[in-house]
Design a protein around this ligand. Structure first.
Ligand code: PLP
Length: 518
């Protein structure tokens, strides 16, 4: 390990020599050769590390790693790129979690496509900021084209618009902001009495399913809604929103003088990969005059699927849709968008500042994106998707996503046929929720054995799987997003889990159980 300051003398940091040294690091006309070399060096380190990664993780613990990171003297630069990259290897690259590896089966993280990495390199070097035209020029137009392209894939019609965001959490937050403001305007406009804003906000409700994403609850809290504002309705045996419960909930709210400001349907639940019945939900929302938001952070990959687009049937009736390209379009973090049916609702995110986006710009028809965003300075993340579409095309992305959905179906079949495991519902996307379930072990022991197996597997670094709770019990989860993951990989990981969990159970009950059958 080479910690800072150990071998390389510190570069000059003061006086004219220090200033000249600092200026040499600026990316300017005079430093393009340096830029080429430095980036090539960094790319080479990453390529070497990925090429030699024989497992997704080294199993490093926070206790191992923390002293190494803490030992870096941030006030004493190494000056030299090679030395800094050596150090980076020690504090990050060697022990990072590699989503590129076929046995990374844990969270909704995808391996990324090379055209998007090219986009990432270009966008950070040019460093456009997508708030205003005078900081982005063509970037603004490219983002607008991609928003339009996505809206057309969803089928939202000619008035649609949207904005790129940092992720599904932000897209859901902005959707709830727009829905809240629309509901507020409607309630105040239709009331015969004067209502204060807090009074109205306290009556607003959001309805989602028990399998919806927690960012909906977080958004409600950030938006100043009541603590009980998010009502979760039950799911069916396939973990899809129960529409009878949804209809009854909306009716109950109306009877109680509450206002349902939005229904959030999920197209790809995080744990179960299931898609709520979007058409039926849209019928209910239309009848009740309620905003329908579809959280397709995960399921948006189906928009380009050559074979499964129909699974999103009904999404075209949404008022707003969250798409996370950094989940199922194989894009690097961050890359997400909120798409809305009626572009006028984006005005709720608008604020004119004299120095940046005065109202006269609208009259002058100078395009800007800051009027639609809750951010100001904003990355040109859209460029990654642009290059991906221009180099690979949408069908190629859809084919990659189809492949992981097929693989998950294969994993589900494998698990249902394996007496060592119990598997929960079959995903429409690419997750598999299951647990090791030896005969004769009590509930607490089964929970502990599955928790142990996940931890032991991560500590070995041989594979990474996720965990979740189903009806209060601990389960394990595969999220498959790497088309390179084979059924052999999955079979091998299942054997490792059964080994770890089985050993745990046998130790716990003093080897009185028969060995689990492999
Ligand atoms: C269904 C769903 N919605 C929203 C999110 C949040 O997305 P992000 O992590 O990009 O903020 C996730 C994350 O896993 C998700 O699965």
């Amino acid at each position: 390990m080479s910690l800072s300051g150990s071998a390389v003398p510190a570069p000059p940091t003061a006086g004219p020599a220090g200033l000249a040294a600092a200026r040499a690091h600026l990316f300017t006309t005079g430093s393009v050769e340096r830029y080429r070399h430095v980036l090539a060096d960094g790319i080479d380190r990453v390529a070497t590390r990925v090429a030699t990664a024989d497992r997704p993780f080294t199993g490093v613990t926070p206790d191992d790693l923390a002293p190494r990171v803490a030992g870096v003297d941030l006030d004493r630069p190494l000056g030299d790129t090679g030395a800094a990259l050596d150090e980076l290897h020690d504090v990050y690259l060697r022990d990072a979690v590699y989503f590129h590896h076929p046995r990374y089966l844990a969270h909704l993280n995808c391996p990324v496509v090379i055209p998007a990495l090219l986009g990432e390199a270009v966008l950070s070097a040019v460093n456009s900021s997508l708030d205003t035209w005078d900081q982005s020029a063509g970037g603004t137009l490219i983002e607008r084209r991609l928003v339009g392209w996505t809206a057309a894939r969803i089928g939202l019609g000619p008035t649609a618009d949207g904005i790129f965001t940092s992720g599904g959490t932000q897209s859901n937050l902005q959707a709830m902001l727009l829905a809240r403001e629309e509901a507020y305007t409607h309630v105040v406009g239709s009331s015969t009495t004067r209502l204060s804003r807090p009074e109205v906000l306290s009556r607003l409700r959001v309805v989602t399913s028990a399998a919806g994403h927690f960012s909906v609850q977080k958004a409600a809290k950030l938006l100043g809604l009541a603590a009980e504002a998010v009502i979760t309705v039950a799911t069916d045996t396939n973990r899809r929103m129960r529409t009878d419960d949804l209809a009854a909930t909306i009716e109950r709210c109306q009877r109680d003088g509450l206002v349902v400001m939005a229904v959030v349907a999920t197209a790809g639940t995080t744990d179960f990969g299931t898609i709520d019945p979007l058409s039926r939900i849209a019928d209910i929302c239309t009848a009740a005059g309620v905003w329908l938001h579809v959280d397709a952070a995960y399921g948006c990959g189906l928009l380009v699927s050559p074979t499964r687009r129909h699974l999103l049937g009904g999404i075209e009736r949404a008022d707003s849709v969250t798409v996370d390209y950094h989940k199922s379009f194989f894009q690097p973090v961050s890359s997400s968008a909120l798409i809305v049916r009626d572009r006028r609702v984006l005005r709720h995110a608008t604020w004119h500042a004299d120095y940046l986006n005065p109202a006269r710009m609208v009259e002058q028809r100078i395009p800007n994106q800051v009027d639609k965003s809750i951010q100001t300075t904003r990355r040109f993340d859209a460029l990654k998707l642009w290059l991906t579409l221009r180099i690979m095309g949408p069908d190629a992305i859809g084919a990659l996503f189809d492949e992981v959905v097929d693989r998950a179906a294969g994993a589900w079949r494998m698990l249902t046929a394996d007496p060592r495991f119990e598997v929960v519902t079959r995903s429409q996307l690419s997750t598999v929720v299951f647990r090791y379930l030896p005969t004769g072990a009590g509930r607490d022991l089964v929970d502990a054995a599955n928790l142990h197996a996940r931890e032991a597997l991560a500590a070995s670094g041989a594979a990474l799987v996720a965990g979740t709770k189903v009806d209060g019990a601990h389960y394990l989860k595969f999220t498959l997003l790497n088309p390179e993951t084979t059924l052999d990989d999955i079979a091998c990981v299942l054997d490792l889990i059964a080994d770890h969990a089985g050993r745990y159970v046998r130790t716990a009950i003093g080897s009185t159980l028969p060995c689990p059958v492999a």
